[in-house]
Design a protein around this ligand. Structure first.
Ligand code: GAL
Length: 366
């Protein structure tokens, strides 16, 4: 009898272990990372907002079948139907609770910008202390990625639901602060000049809020060849009409921007669709530049392909000045829903340049 109850107890213990949320096991870069419900976290191309002691992670919901669109797409990439933007919350950066859909796609209207056939990528959320609104910007596009627009949504709470404001090509009718007459010369190959009146192309993007509360959108423009750094209006809902070009003809995308020791840093990738490539890094004394490239910040095995991943965000760890987490997506282009996360500590070398080393068991605990 005693033996039997011990056996039952052991069985029950094993069953409890098996059913326990996987989140308790912590995080391993590139492994499936589950939320507190035990489901894989679905927040790709994401970014993080720290607000009142809580981290909110926003990202692309990638679910369902991966397919090759029939539309003529410049880089022939695969995709899933756009399902919107998810939001997860955490206090320790390891245990994440699914807070639901922050911005939903609009399946009932094929003409809507947020129709699943269209593209919703790289969402980032910032908090506007003046208006007390949470403001989301993202890459909104047509199925063939030719619309190349910035989308905006707004909410009173960090978990949403966010109300869609609209999508547009930024900076219509405005010349960049650092453009010469030659840069603006109208000729068929000059995309900056071509798009001056209608607004500039905007694909991969990030947001950055400076210490004075001024916010900026960094977006890959001019057919992804050149980055634009565009100041936002005081309410963060529109471009302020002040922007600069950087990394001209360098084809850098997937921008992630952070500040350290009074300097601005950028981590980015090359433009090879879902396939990995060497990361880029750069530093500037002023946000509008000039930016100095510092090369690939990754070190260790597979550093030359950014550990088989692509940058999406650099998170300053709250209350730990100088501590940053570099967030990357490891895309699975044939099953995008199974894309994974590679989060690694970002450090600075003796010259003050950012360095990201492969780490099996990074510690993000506060
Ligand atoms: C990448 C980009 C991703 C996504 C993908 C589509 O270049 O960084 O965000 O747009 O292309 O193929």
């Amino acid at each position: 009898m005693k033996r039997l109850s011990l056996f039952v107890l052991i069985l029950a213990g094993l069953a409890a272990l098996a059913l326990a949320p996987h989140a308790a096991a912590g995080f391993k870069p590139g492994a499936v990372w589950c939320d507190t419900d035990g489901r894989p976290i679905n927040a790709h191309g994401g970014g993080i907002l720290f607000h009142e002691g809580v981290y909110y992670w926003y990202g692309e919901i990638k679910e369902g079948r991966t397919y090759l669109p029939k539309v003529n797409q410049a880089w022939g990439g695969t995709r899933v139907l756009a399902a919107g933007v998810s939001v997860y919350s955490s206090r320790d950066l390891v245990t994440w609770k699914n807070e639901g859909v922050a911005l939903a796609a609009v399946p009932e209207n094929p003409d809507h910008d947020l129709s699943p056939e269209n593209v919703i990528e790289r969402p980032k959320v910032i908090y506007n202390a003046r208006t007390r609104k949470f403001v989301m910007w993202f890459h909104q596009d047509s199925p063939n990625y030719q619309a190349a627009r910035a989308g905006v949504a707004v909410s009173d709470t960090p978990t949403g639901p966010f109300a869609y404001v609209g999508a547009f090509r930024p900076n219509a009718g405005v010349a960049p602060l650092n453009a010469s007459a030659e840069d603006l010369a109208p000729n068929p190959s000059n995309l900056l000049a071509r798009d001056l009146a209608g607004g500039q192309m905007a694909r991969d993007m990030t947001l950055f809020v400076d210490e004075d509360g001024t916010a900026y959108q960094f977006y890959s423009s001019e057919a992804n060849k050149t980055m634009h750094i565009s100041q936002l209006s005081d309410d963060y809902l529109r471009p302020a009409g002040r922007y600069a070009r950087a990394f001209i003809d360098r084809s850098i995308e997937a921008p992630a921007v952070f500040k350290h020791g009074g300097k601005y840093y950028l981590i980015g990738s090359g433009c090879t669709g879902w396939d990995p490539n060497p990361a880029h890094s750069a530093v500037a004394d002023s946000i509008f530049g000039p930016w100095t490239e510092l090369g690939n910040p990754c070190r260790g095995e597979d550093a030359e392909i950014t550990f088989s991943s692509q940058s999406t965000f650099v998170l300053p760890v709250a209350g730990k000045p100088g501590q940053f987490i570099a967030m990357f997506d490891r895309w699975n282009k044939w099953d995008l829903a199974d894309s994974r996360y590679v989060w690694l500590p970002l450090e600075f070398d003796a010259e003050g340049h950012p360095v990201v080393r492969w780490t099996e068991n990074p510690e993000f605990a506060q």
